[in-house]
Each structure stands twice: as structure tokens, then as C-alpha cells.
Design a protein around this ligand. Structure first.
Ligand SMILES: Cc1ncc(COP(=O)(O)O)c(C=O)c1O
Length: 354
């Protein structure tokens, strides 16, 4: 698409989008319920300051009163989220607030590729949208940015060109196909035989390139502080040819996968209701349930071999200014259920155990 740029990950899409709007020294508002190793760290790596706002417990939308109270002249952008495959309708109000305040609204669609609200696709409300290809599909990472303003897109293109590194394809393919291997194993419980990049020498060679500063690595997992004490050099954010080829062939299957997940979700909803109720346009990257005893529920799902995950605050360290009672509540009440290997038989067993 004319307005889009492909990137190595969803997180690098966000990072490049932020660089392109000139985030250096500015504040970026984001929901406190977020992925800490990718979202606030992308802001800091791009030179900005993450400013967390509360979320509503009913729909995970940004608390707009808290948002309005935090607006000041140093804020440049607001990042909204669509969670776990759903379309978060709060993006319309956020877009209005953002436009009125002269800010840029970045719609983070990383979880919700293909989600809709009355046939309106995610990503067409904000000024910029970012996507990830490895949340609803097993792909070697990959991300994309959609710009409404073509001049911003041109600027992002220039930045990508300017920071090209000769070794990028080699290193990025090694890292992203290794990532594919890990997510395939985690989600499907099988080793990914496709992964050919495990060679010991590649790992050592990449380490040397990074140590010698011949290749600039990203620091996503190392940043856990919103004070931005260091400044980070710009790194290569391009999607490689190998990634692109892989993603192009896997994406053809997305609609089928979504339909299957929607079918299972509607059956599951009868015995354990979905927390996010937008059934029609929800792609169910994860099926979200709310329960007063998440540990007990986890055990029940484990007994019948259904994969579940706790939400971020249960396992990620929090940033300063992020944690509040709503985040605590979500941590203790939400469970994410993987729909891909749920059969009718398992649903019957689940009903008996619940
Ligand atoms: C809300 C959100 N945005 C962005 C990302 C980044 O996506 P990727 O894993 O493709 O870098 C994630 C990843 O977990 C996420 O949860």
C-alpha cells in the first residue's frame, strides 16, 4: 500500500513511527495496561518519555478523564491499543481528543490485524497505525506502519534508508526466525523444523558485530525506566526479503484462522463468557476471560491441555507511574486462552470442570 512501510517487528514499527514525528524530548501518552518490553521501550529508544494513563475496567479503553488531565505542551502523541484481537471502540473518542489538542494519535493494532467495527478496519481511525504479523499468526516477527499523512511516511522512508546496515538481513533473519521457532514451540507445542539459523558460529559472529558496534542492536528488553538517561543510536528497522516472503504466504490463511477462532469463541462463550464482547469483528488472537480465581482457572485449563497465559502485569516489571488499582485488578482477574487447539471434546470436558 502506498501509505505503508514494512518493518522488522511491530515494536520497530512503533519506534520508526515515533522517530518520524520527531518525538525526541517529548512526552507520549500510552495506556498503563501495555506490553512493557516493546511499547514504552520503543518510546524511550526513540528519545521520548512514556506517560501512562489509566484504563477502564469494562472495555480496556483509555480513561479519557485521566488522559485529559495529563495533556500539556510537552505531549506530542497518544498511543491507543486494540487488545487481543478485538476492536477497541474508544479509539474514536481518543482521535477526537487528540485532534482537538493538536496531537498525533498512533493506533496500536499489533494484536488485532484484521479486526473490524461494523466493517471499519482497525488502523483507519488514528493518524498513524502500527501492526504486528506475529500475534495472530506464527511468523518470523514483522510489522507495518500505516500513515495517513504521506509526508510523514516519506520521512519514515528516509530514516529507514539513512540507517541501513549491511549486516541487517543476516542478523535480523537470524533473530526473527529464532523468534518464530520459539513462538511456534510455545503456541503449537512442537519444534519448528524450519529454523535453520541455530548455527553456533552465526550467534558468535552476530555478538562480535554488536560488540564492535558494527551493527546497532535495539535495546527493547533492556529498558525499564522512563527517565531516559541514555540516548540510543538509531538502528535499522527494515523488514527483510525472507521475512516478507514468509509473511506474504502465511497471511493468505488469516481469514480462515479468524473464522475458526470466532466459531470456537462463540461456543466457549456459552460456558465461560468472553470479557471483550465485540464478537463480530473480533479476531480472537486470544480469548480473554475474567475470573475471581485466575490460578484455579489456569489449573482447570491445564488439566485438559488448553494453553492459557496470564496478562502482562503478572509477569512484567512495571515502570514508574504505571501501576494502579485497575492494573492490579486486571493482573488478578484476566486470563488469556489460546483458541487454536480447542476441540468440541475439550469444550465438553471444560464445561464439566467449571
Ligand atoms: C500492544 C503491543 N504493541 C506492540 C507490540 C510489538 O509487536 P512485536 O512483537 O511485533 O514487536 C506488542 C507486542 O507484544 C504489543 O503487545
Amino acid at each position: 500500500m502506498n501509505n505503508s512501510i514494512l518493518t522488522s517487528y511491530g515494536r520497530t514499527a512503533l519506534y520508526l513511527a515515533l522517530l518520524s514525528i520527531g518525538v525526541q524530548g517529548k512526552k507520549v501518552i500510552l495506556p498503563a495496561f501495555t506490553c512493557n518490553t516493546t511499547v514504552p521501550s520503543a518510546i524511550v529508544q526513540a528519545g521520548g518519555y512514556p506517560l501512562f494513563v489509566n484504563v477502564n475496567l469494562s472495555n480496556l479503553g483509555i480513561d479519557t478523564n485521566d488522559l485529559k488531565s495529563k495533556l500539556d505542551k510537552d505531549v506530542i502523541a497518544i498511543i491507543s491499543h486494540h487488545y487481543f484481537g478485538s476492536f477497541n471502540k474508544s479509539v474514536y473518542e481518543i482521535q477526537e481528543i487528540s485532534t482537538n489538542a493538536g496531537l498525533i494519535h498512533i493506533e496500536d493494532c499489533a494484536h488485532s490485524l484484521g479486526a473490524t467495527d461494523n466493517s471499519r478496519q482497525v488502523g483507519y481511525t488514528g493518524d498513524i497505525a502500527i501492526f504486528s504479523f506475529s500475534k495472530s499468526l506464527n511468523n518470523p516477527a514483522g510489522g507495518a506502519i500505516y500513515f495517513r499523512d504521506l509526508s510523514l511516511k516519506e520521512h519514515a522512508n528516509e530514516l529507514q534508508e539513512q540507517h541501513k546496515n549491511f549486516f541487517h538481513s543476516f542478523i535480523n533473519d537470524y533473530e526473527t526466525f529464532k523468534y518464530l521457532s520459539a513462538i511456534t514451540k510455545d503456541r503449537n507445542n512442537v519444534e519448528d523444523k524450519m529454523f535453520h539459523y541455530h548455527l553456533y558460529f552465526s550467534r558468535i559472529f552476530i555478538k562480535i558485530l554488536k560488540e564492535l558496534k558494527i551493527y546497532i542492536p535495539n535495546h527493547f528488553y533492556k529498558i525499564m525506566d522512563n527517565q531516559n538517561k541514555g540516548s540510543y543510536p538509531v538502528f535499522d528497522t527494515r523488514m527483510t526479503v525472507k521475512q516478507k516472503n514468509y509473511i506474504e504466504s502465511s497471511i493468505n490463511n488469516l481469514q480462515n484462522i479468524i473464522q475458526k477462532r470466532q466459531m470456537i469463541a462463540s461456543k466457549l462463550d456459552k460456558i465461560i463468557p468472553a470479557y471483550l464482547r465485540d464478537f463480530e469483528g473480533n479476531t480472537f488472537t486470544q480469548y480473554v476471560v475474567k475470573h475471581s480465581n485466575v490460578c484455579k482457572l489456569e489449573d482447570i485449563f491445564r488439566k485438559i491441555n488448553i494453553k492459557t497465559r496470564r496478562v502482562w502485569p503478572a509477569f512484567q516489571p512495571m515502570w514508574s507511574g504505571q501501576y494502579n488499582s485497575n492494573i492490579e485488578y486486571l493482573k488478578n482477574h484476566l486470563l488469556l486462552v489460546d483458541l487454536d487447539f480447542i476441540t468440541d471434546e475439550k469444550i465438553i470436558k471444560l464445561e464439566k470442570l467449571l
